[in-house]
Design a protein around this ligand. Structure first.
Ligand code: ADP
Ligand code: TPW
Ligand code: MG
Length: 569
């Protein structure tokens, strides 16, 4: 065959082919040298490319897209600074257990390895390693298929996480025989295989449950991620055990379920003699399963896919290591043959607490204080959302996060997307974009004014792609509050103060979105309702009393305060 008859492809085209072959529908990214043409060809091939203003938001979008769809979300970044901007999101995905792949162009290895100062030169793969579940580099087009398959399998199997995939500039433009290239492509078989727990572990867990007088189930976002929705519901209902949803597990069972103990959280944690964790870690969010919040004699059952998680913070009497679907399936079989004794008195005592706490909450929600506080503002939003139960709710901030989590009921699985395991600020717009694009539903983002600032420029992205996102900025002029004083007495604002009376709604007007300024619950209700019904990018500046927020929201206990010469209230 004459050389001119050989059809060639190159790394760039083959990379796109490999992603398509593996069912990638969307790439979230920011382009530049050396990945601009890669994004063009991806778009040409039918993959949707969503171009962001900052890689951190593109990475956050990829991460939450992975959580929503159970397929790795793809983030594309340029070398060095673009790579580093995306890395925070990759680390966050890994910490949260979301499957994601950050694909980054990288500069010339020969120059990087000798530290000779290449354009955007950085030893990216080694830098990524501690922040990712794994990091791989593709140096030759003939390795693309294997590289992509490894990245996918690593991101999805076991506890999901973030994978870094380095693609070198040289590799992108290296040619290879097109037929051989096509032949090299494949999709990994069962990248997230079922993990069946041992029969003994299932029996042990059921035995402990049978002895419980005051059992409690805690459902975490690992359970939500596993998409074993029906099994979780069936197990809770058949066992008749009250449950607490962790933040992002809200809605896996509807929050108004009679066995939901969320509004008696302190009571059930303190009283439970047996706690069954379903895809939830005993990390700081559960005070490590220790301390005064917990019954010291409680025995723990833990369902998790990651054996290393067991005993991480306290002894676990009955570990069930497997995927949630397989584990609950086997436990349900046992339950059907040997039903548990109903824990009637325990449930009655919980119901009493729930009633009392609900009455207290109702009083707060119905307060008529002006300017608005968190609760009457959230009530206005909640009333609208009761008519849109299947919408995505993105939520970040301190008070804005903690109060919204308690006030806004969720009714469908994986619809609440928030700051997650790290309590990170900056996920808001990236998560909203991915929820609209990958989740294919409207979104309401409830954002602290500080939190919003971390990704606020992405409202341009939301407008450019005409996404159905309604953003409500809880504007209290600051981080936690807007009333702090500069202790030096100078005219600089205090560390927690933001611009007094800022009009965040004006920002979205610059990009053709719809803007509202709401100063009363009625105005807020109307604005949110209109935003959702319009299906168009909308931003509501929601004016909140700057004095009502608590420092650090509900986790002020973790906030160290100087005890000497402290002039600060
Ligand atoms: P939350 O913040 O809601 O408490 P975490 O993220 O701390 O939840 O914990 C989720 C746990 O779920 C992790 O330990 C993870 O290993 C586990 N997990 C994730 N996916 C699965 C799955 N498919 N089956 C079982 N466990 C899973
Ligand atoms: C990446 C620290 C925690 S909460 C918060 C910050 C800066 C903002 C709280 O103010 P906001 O909410 O959003 O206005 P509200 O209603 O209480 O006034 N950097 C990162 N992550 C975190 N968590 C911080 C800083 C922080
Ligand atoms: Mg604020």
């Amino acid at each position: 065959m004459a050389t001119e008859d050989i059809k060639l492809t190159d790394g760039m085209h083959l990379m796109v082919d490999a992603l398509k072959k593996n069912g990638v529908e969307t790439i979230f990214g920011v382009v530049g040298i050396p990945v601009t043409d890669l994004a063009r060809h991806a778009q040409e091939s039918g993959i949707r490319y969503i171009g962001f203003r900052h890689e951190q938001s593109a990475g956050n979008a990829a991460a939450i897209s992975g959580y929503i769809t159970k397929k790795p979300g793809i983030c594309l970044t340029v070398s060095a600074p673009g790579f580093l901007n995306g890395l925070t999101a990759l680390a966050c995905a890994t910490i949260n257990g979301f499957p994601m792949i950050q694909i980054s162009g990288s500069s010339d290895r020969n120059i990087i390895d000798l530290a000779q100062g290449d354009y955007e030169g950085l030893d990216q793969m080694n830098i990524a390693k501690p922040f990712a579940k794994a990091a791989y580099r593709i140096n030759r087009p003939e390795d693309i298929a294997v590289g992509v398959a490894r990245a996918i399998r690593t991101a999805l199997s076991g506890r999901p996480g973030g994978v870094y995939l380095d693609i070198t500039t040289a590799m992108l433009s290296t040619t290879m025989d097109a037929d051989a290239a096509q032949k090299s492509l494949f999709t990994p078989v069962e990248p997230a295989p079922a993990q069946i727990p041992s029969a003994t572990s299932v029996e042990r867990a059921m035995h402990i449950l049978a002895e419980a007088k005051k059992p409690l189930i805690i459902i975490g976002k690992g359970a939500a991620y596993s998409q074993a929705d029906e099994l979780v519901k069936e197990f809770v209902e058949k066992s008749g055990i009250p449950y607490l949803p962790m933040s992002m597990a809200k809605g896996l069972l509807p929050d108004d379920h009679k066995l939901c103990a969320a509004s008696a959280r302190g009571f059930v944690l303190g009283g439970a003699d047996t706690v069954m964790l379903i895809g939830a870690r005993l990390n700081w969010l559960l005070t490590h399963g220790k301390g005064k919040k917990w019954n010291p004699d409680a025995r723990f059952i833990q369902l998790d896919i990651d054996a290393v998680e067991i005993d991480s913070n306290r002894p676990i009497a009955a570990p069930v290591v497997g995927d949630i679907g397989s584990s609950l399936g086997l436990m349900l079989e046992k339950l059907k043959n040997a039903p548990l004794q109903p824990c009637k008195e325990w449930l009655e005592s919980i119901d009493k607490i729930k009633e009392g706490n609900s009455a207290k909450m109702a009083a707060k929600l119905n307060s008529t204080s002006s300017p608005m506080n968190y609760f009457n503002a959230l009530k206005a939003i909640s009333d609208v959302l009761e008519n849109h139960k299947d919408i995505y709710v993105v939520n970040e901030g301190a008070n804005t996060l903690d109060d919204a989590r308690n006030v806004i009921n969720m009714y469908h699985p994986r619809r609440r997307l928030d700051c997650g395991t790290w309590g990170v600020m900056g996920i808001g717009m990236g998560y909203s974009i991915a929820a609209a694009v990958s989740g294919k539903r409207p979104v309401v983002a409830i954002e602290g004014d500080s939190a919003f600032g971390f990704s606020g420029m992405e409202i341009e992205t939301i407008c450019r792609y005409k996404l159905p996102v309604t953003i409500v900025v809880f504007n209290n002029n600051g981080i936690y509050r807007g009333t702090d004083k500069n202790l030096s007495g100078s005219s600089d604002p205090s560390p927690t103060t933001l611009t007094i009376g800022a009009r965040y709604d004006k920002m979205i007007e610059a990009f053709g979105g719809t803007a509202f300024n709401a100063t009363t619950p009625e105005e807020l209700h109307e604005a949110v309702n209109k935003g959702i019904l319009s299906g168009k990018p909308t931003l509501v500046n929601c004016v909140i009393d700057p004095a009502v927020g608590a420092e650090s929201g509900h986790i002020g206990n973790l906030n160290p305060k100087s005890t000497i010469n402290n002039n600060h209230a």
